[in-house]
Design a protein around this ligand. Structure first.
Ligand SMILES: *Cc1c(COP(=O)(O)O)cnc(C)c1O
Length: 356
């Protein structure tokens, strides 16, 4: 049946390549090391919750718990449907489609540029130097055209923290003119590297957080934006009226209790130990050229022949994340840190490949 839908639709959306999330790429596996999720799940109860009423847009108890956890006052916190939604809300507030630009620094998280593309907002892309350092000279050159700068720290997929002095430098240059977003999705794996202390000093700083990674709650879709109250007020104007389902709110509140936060911190310590073990094992493998220094729950690995390694492991049900979509990361694979057992399976599988 002819639908004519493509003729009715926006042409740029007809030609848009959808974001390829790890979940969409799929695979048939029993070892999932492709989406930087936490490898184990905590158990939560949802007994006796009522679901006939709409939830609050900004549930007080949840905001209060995050305020206590982050030591940031409630007027400076917004909760959203994952931090992905926050990335989008910021563009809705600050960028006029067809006119304004954001600035991003590949290789980095793909959603900043993808959301900009969907909205018809230009993306000024300034490649990192050697994949890990911000190019301050180039940034300065294009700043006057930019409304929002998205910096991912620790960066996904490389795993390194972005130097705080450079961030301060950028914040000073842009104060009163440009919004600087620091995406701290992985900060719990290196919590002493957070730049949260700069919020009081810079009204143009926005920090993104999530329960999807270290808290092990990717399935409930809960993210937080920390920023000046004037920014939070504007974000509240453009957010959906009921962004989070009541079951998600309920579980998020439980996850931010004192005991569960302690639990999360202990799990992070254990996972960081797995990472060190995995790193040392990988270093002995002759399929590998280079491993990036990582502060997170994943390692970016440069293989001599990433394609073959990826597919052999894929066929064995060990699912990793290729990085070919990044110009400078051909032959690179991102490996999420799993349980000790999963790390061991991966190492054994890699050993077998290098023997053949
Ligand atoms: C996973 C991830 C997110 C998305 O987090 P959600 O809260 O699950 O939407 C945001 N930024 C980066 C860098 C991520 O890796």
């Amino acid at each position: 049946m002819e639908s004519n839908i493509k003729k009715i639709s926006r042409k740029d959306i007809v030609f848009l390549k959808a974001y390829k999330s790890a979940r969409k790429i799929g695979g048939n596996g029993n070892i999932w090391l492709n989406a930087n999720e936490f490898p184990e799940s905590s158990m939560f109860n949802l007994n006796n919750i009522k679901l006939n009423r709409y939830p609050d847009c900004q549930p007080k108890e949840l905001i209060l718990r995050y305020s206590i956890y982050s030591n940031i006052s409630i007027k400076n916190i917004l909760v959203s449907r994952g931090s992905d939604e926050a990335i989008e809300l910021l563009m809705r507030v600050f960028c006029i489609p067809g006119k304004d630009s954001i600035m991003t620094f590949p290789p980095t998280y793909g959603m900043y540029s993808k959301i900009a593309e969907i909205y018809g907002i230009k993306n000024i892309s300034i490649p990192m130097i050697d994949n890990i350092f911000l190019d301050l000279l180039k940034i300065k050159k294009y700043l006057f055209k930019t409304k929002i700068i998205y910096i991912c720290s620790p960066n996904n997929p490389t795993g390194n923290i972005i130097n705080v002095d450079i961030i301060i430098n950028i914040l000073k240059l842009t104060l009163g003119k440009v919004i600087v977003v620091i995406d701290e999705a992985y900060i719990e794996f290196c919590i002493n590297k957070s730049i949260i202390f700069l919020l009081k000093r810079f009204s143009n700083l926005v920090i993104l957080r999530t329960l999807s990674k270290a808290f092990g709650l990717a399935g409930i879709r809960c993210g937080f934006t920390l920023a000046h109250s004037d920014i939070i007020k504007l974000l509240k104007k453009v957010i959906a009226p009921y962004p989070l389902p009541i079951p998600s709110i309920n579980i998020a509140i439980q996850a931010l209790s004192k005991t569960e936060i302690l639990n999360m911190k202990n799990k992070v310590l254990k996972l960081n130990n797995n990472k060190i073990w995995l790193l040392n094992q990988l270093k002995k493998n002759n399929l590998i050229k280079h491993i990036f220094y990582s502060e997170t729950n994943y390692l970016l690995v440069h293989f001599f022949n990433a394609k073959d390694v990826f597919h052999i492991l894929w066929n064995q049900g060990i699912i990793l994340r290729q990085q070919d979509h990044e110009m400078t990361l051909k032959n690179h694979i991102r490996i999420s840190i799993g349980t000790k057992k999963e790390c061991l399976c991966l190492i054994n599988a890699l050993k077998n490949i290098s023997l053949n």
